[in-house]
Write a protein that binds this ligand. Structure first.
Ligand SMILES: CC(C)(COP(=O)(O)OP(=O)(O)OC[C@H]1O[C@@H](n2cnc3c(N)ncnc32)[C@H](O)[C@@H]1OP(=O)(O)O)[C@@H](O)C(=O)NCCC(=O)NCCS
Length: 179
């Protein structure tokens, strides 16, 4: 397995990976929704605001994770939102997802990222350092239908300094269906 930063040229393979993984675990409708999200994230997000990481096995992409920049109107903290992540069903549960996400975290840390946030299942994301946070610590960009899934970590080895005001996510994620 080889984890790396994605430099372009395989967008449709990546979209297909996400659509397949989410269809398998959550059904056809969710698969189509997440496939479309990934397509849009790759298409419209300015290069400086997106980092895509993939895992390959024998030249085939078997895992992917996308981070996009979060911004705040009252803070300049360097923060990124992990959404979404997927591993092909045939290799799920073998450590690929955790390995890929840890690789991505190290890359982002080297670039100066300070805070990482995601919105998902704490039972998985706690394995790669995420902890529940309140919206008093990091405001969510849209209303959360599942506030327990709002989770984050500092890459600076300290507590996250509460951020006041409003937050803003990438345009592709700025839709209540994802929240
Ligand atoms: C979630 C996902 C990315 C994890 O990748 P993976 O390669 O299967 O995960 P890993 O093998 O690295 O780690 C899985 C560990 O998390 C645990 N876990 C808990 N809840 C889990 C969950 N909802 N999904 C996957 N693993 C979960 C597993 O028990 C396992 O624990 P262990 O290491 O102690 O055995 C992958 O299963 C996937 O693509 N799922 C479908 C899409 C999805 O739900 N994506 C996440 C939302 S953005």
């Amino acid at each position: 397995m080889q984890h790396s930063i994605y430099k372009g040229g395989q967008d449709s393979e990546i979209v297909q990976l996400f659509a397949q993984a989410f269809t398998d675990t959550e059904g056809k409708k969710e698969g189509a929704l997440i496939g479309n999200l990934v397509h849009t994230l790759l298409k419209i997000t300015p290069t400086q605001d997106i980092r895509v990481f993939t895992t390959s096995k024998e030249e085939k992409i078997v895992g992917g994770v996308i981070f996009s920049k979060m911004r705040f109107n009252q803070s300049t903290v360097n923060a990124w939102l992990l959404s979404p992540a997927a591993v092909v069903p045939s290799v799920q549960g073998t450590g690929v997802g955790q390995g890929l996400i840890q690789h991505a975290h190290q890359f982002l840390k080297n670039e100066g990222a300070q805070v990482l946030i995601t919105y998902g299942d704490i039972r998985f994301y706690s394995k790669v350092g995420y902890k529940p946070i309140s919206e008093q610590v990091i405001p969510a960009p849209l209303r959360l239908s599942y506030p327990e899934g709002w989770i984050a970590q500092s890459l600076e080895g300290k507590e996250i300094n509460p951020i006041k005001g409003k937050s803003f996510c990438a345009e592709a994620l700025n839709n209540s269906v994802y929240w």
